[in-house]
Ligand binder design. Sequence first.
Ligand code: PEP
Ligand code: MN
Length: 337
Amino acid sequence: MIVVMKPQASEQSIHAITKYIKDNGLQVHLSQGEEVTIIGIVGDKSRLSTENLIIFKDVDRIVPVTESYKLASRTFHPESTTVKVGNTAIGPGSLTIMAGPCAVETQEQLLCIAKAVKASGATILRGGAYKPRTSPYSFQGLEEEGLRYMQEAKALTGLSTICEVVSLEAIEGAVKYVDMIQIGARNMQNFILLKEAGQSGLPVLLKRGLCATVDEWLNAAEYIIAEGNPNVVLCERGIRTFETATRNTLDLSAVPVLRSKTHLPVIVDPSHSTGSYKYVAPMAKAAVACDADGLMIEVHNDPAHALSDGPQSLTFEKFEKLTGELRPFCQLVKRSF
Ligand code: PEP
Ligand code: MN
């Protein structure tokens, strides 16, 4: 449940009720907006009586939170969150583009792609060093060597960096070399990994599971935040449906649905959702039009010879054309880019 304080509630009143809640063995999540303060309560609420809470000074009302996630919920935290990633930030007022190869292949490849995506407006370089491939015989990634190339690319271009992690070992490596970690679709409900990501101290991009509902996804985010890491960004990357014309079905309605349910930033990945470079541009524009906070797009110097996901990767020319075409969409939704 949440306790909504009256406008201009005093610090003493907020302190008194907060102390009462904590003394009863529950946790408090304070959200101090410009107008009102909201006190979110996490824990076994049978330990508290609403009748006692409502009579505290300056309390306006008590609202039950029916969702099982609390810290991720907009009821708990009405203002949209901005997540800082290296020297950039994801959230209201701007469009963040993460771009780069599916997999880090070589030092030269990564640097060449980093320079090109930066020139076209990307601020975060993506590149997989640990690749959770459908087939065990497919390229599995360069692992720590790949992370080192990411760090070099950052030093040479100033781009912030993101890498997927698939294990605790990968998280320990990522902390040394990159600015943000990604939990991929296949690991969205790997609860041990989520907890470890929550303890890593790095911002986390949480991709939607292949068959996950929005509520399951938000509960996965809750696992990370509950470890003390509030810096979570959600990424819609398509879900499994009966449709086979695209690799997955991009659920763009998830963007406004999430907007109403959570304060966390939401980005869209038109590459993994469609599986074909041909559909990336229209879905990227649609994502900006429905007010996503950012995009994750796969770009490759030579898609035909890419070690993974070549068919959905944009060439430098196509990526440049797309980012140019996104600018008027950004103006419409009042986002700088
Ligand atoms: C990726 O971004 O490299 C990736 C594997 O994506 P997903 O987890 O969405 O399939
Ligand atoms: Mn990929």
